[in-house]
Ligand binder design. Sequence first.
Ligand code: SAM
Length: 391
Amino acid sequence: MSARKKGTTLEDIAHRLGDRHDTVKRLVNGVFVLDQAEKERLFDVSDRAPGRAFAFSHLYVALTRPGFQEFLGLPADWRRQDPTPNPVPKGSLDNLRRVLIWLYGSKDDGVQPVVTSQNPHLRMLDEILQKPIARKTMLARSKLTEAYMLVNTPAVQFETALLNAYQNAEDALAKVSGYDGADVSLLEAASTKPDYSTRWWRRRKLTPPRRDAYRILSDIIDYRFASVPPRLRGVVKQVDARNAINAFPHCERRVSLVVTSPPYLDTTNFEEDQWLRLWFLGGPPRPNTRRGSDNRHVSEEKYWDFLTEAWSGVGPLLKRQAHLVIRIGGKRLELADAQENLHQSLEDGLEKKVSLVEARTSEIRGGQLKIFQPDADGVAKEHDFHFALGL
Ligand SMILES: C[S@@+](CC[C@H](N)C(=O)[O-])C[C@H]1O[C@@H](n2cnc3c(N)ncnc32)[C@H](O)[C@@H]1O
């Protein structure tokens, strides 16, 4: 409180502590919610189930998750706002009481908490709260495993297992240059896929469908030129986005709109993915599948650092008021995570406050990979964001 009065902001404190993940803000949000619950006599820390230390982190971590936020009537961008006392709306106080009992139990009522460890219980409860039927069951019976069965159905379990298998195969492929050929038995394990496919075709006396590359291209050309090209003239440069300001020095502080689709997390080797376009431009006639040249981003932390650097390369070009429209995706990237990390990377990279105007998710229907391999897995969803600067 005294720091508040003296005019020290949370940002100052977080900055001084080197806090890049909103830890300070999260703690303060947690304290405000707990204060509110105690003031409203919904909960008392000393009433928690006996024999346990008070795990405050359960509460402040829960408050960062979308299921809990919605259940408590907190706006989706709550975490980005400055913490204020009594954040939970009056109409959601009953839900706040329930959350606190689920997290900490109650000595007086002889109720044990359902969350005894953050991982996996807190995550399970968050997923339950996001799914109406599971939430209803949880409200009615307060049984975590029972309600979670309505989230994690056999169909979902199968999908997860399949996606994990795919991911593991991709990871193995990315490390294939580490194989020195010494252990020949490994080849058998690795070659099951092509073997299996050809056997499958032969046994059924089938031949794979031929794909007419020229018809596909001609369809794409029709699509691209369905409307006449714009009459505006522009300049195209092939540069690293992190150096954008050096490539366009005459545009300093003159840009009011950036539309971009940076690389996706954990998705692709762009060189391989773009082989057809590159061939048109005089490149080799076959995709380069050498994994050594793979430039995909696999580490989440490094990925967001990369985007932060890209925004700082673009930042000096922007007007005081500007818009950024960004499309990203990734096999492991959900909208809420993408939004939060992107927002943070923008504010870190641009060193300015940025506000979210709109966020949307779309399913990918087409794409080069899907045209040539219609049943290929890949990025299933893409997220689009509109952020505004100085508005
Ligand atoms: C998701 S794709 C977007 C493709 C784009 N929409 C198009 O139609 O060509 C990301 C693109 O960013 C490029 N890229 C990767 N790292 C970059 C960097 N540091 N600076 C600029 N572009 C980069 C990749 O080569 C790839 O073409």
